[in-house]
Ligand binder design. Structure first.
Ligand SMILES: [Ca+2]
Length: 229
């Protein structure tokens, strides 16, 4: 039997895959499914809704609470105009008194969080505000103190975080006699596979479990075919 005839009788390509090759192909497909899971980044520029009181507002997976002395306050607005076009914040934005604390609660925990902040000051300010990142139990994952810089008119900074899932963030200001502006809020919910992807993943693993013995039995047969004259 010639080599050409032997090649012509070769079994279909899929049957020739060794188990490691098959495993790589299936896992590659499953990885693509996994990456298509529901992780949609949000970018809020505070023009999503008209001017209104901030406390109690929820949109795109984040809820805002603004309190002064532990009580809900109307001294912070969403969609406020007046700060103009600065480096880290631009009209419209969130604006309020630094007497209060601002809390962001996320509908799904976020692994990335960022925002621009400006204080009504023309000076650089060290430790101008603290950002406390909270886990699912309300325990502090981290506390970050931000310095602000006098860039245009206000004293500004950009906060960016990437790490363990954060369920809420609490902002508190060192100087209670000023105003703050917050804008360009970015957050990325932790990826959670969609139900369909999870089912496909389970089906893929079940397929691998059935396929493994067959693939190992097929390999010696191919070797015998190649050695035949
Ligand atoms: Ca804006």
């Amino acid at each position: 039997m010639s080599k050409k005839t032997a090649a012509g009788s070769r079994p279909p390509a899929a049957a020739c895959l060794s188990f490691p090759h098959l495993l790589r192909r299936v896992l590659g497909g499953l990885a693509l499914l996994w990456l298509s899971a529901t992780a949609h980044a949000a970018h809020l520029t505070m023009d999503e809704l008209p001017l209104q009181t901030l406390h109690g507002l929820s949109l795109q997976g984040v809820s805002f609470s603004y309190t002064v002395g532990g009580s809900a306050s109307a001294d912070a607005d969403f969609g406020s105009f007046g700060v103009g076009d600065l480096v880290h914040v631009q009209d419209p934005s969130i604006e309020g008194s630094t007497r209060g604390s601002l809390r962001l609660d996320f509908a799904a925990p976020v692994t990335q969080l960022g925002f621009g902040i400006a204080l009504q000051s023309e000076s650089d300010i060290g430790d101008a505000l603290s950002v406390t990142l909270l886990d699912a139990r309300g325990q502090a994952l981290d506390v970050v103190w931000l310095d602000t810089q006098a860039l245009v008119v206000f004293s500004e900074a950009r906060f960016d975080y990437a790490g363990a899932p954060v369920h809420a963030a609490l902002l508190a200001f060192a100087d209670p006699d000023s105003r703050f502006v917050l804008d360009n809020l970015d957050f990325l919910p932790a990826a959670v596979p969609e139900p369909g992807s999870a089912l496909l993943l389970a089906a893929g693993l079940a397929f691998l479990g059935r396929r493994k013995p067959q693939a190992f039995k097929a390999a010696p047969q191919r070797k015998r075919n190649q050695e035949s004259p």
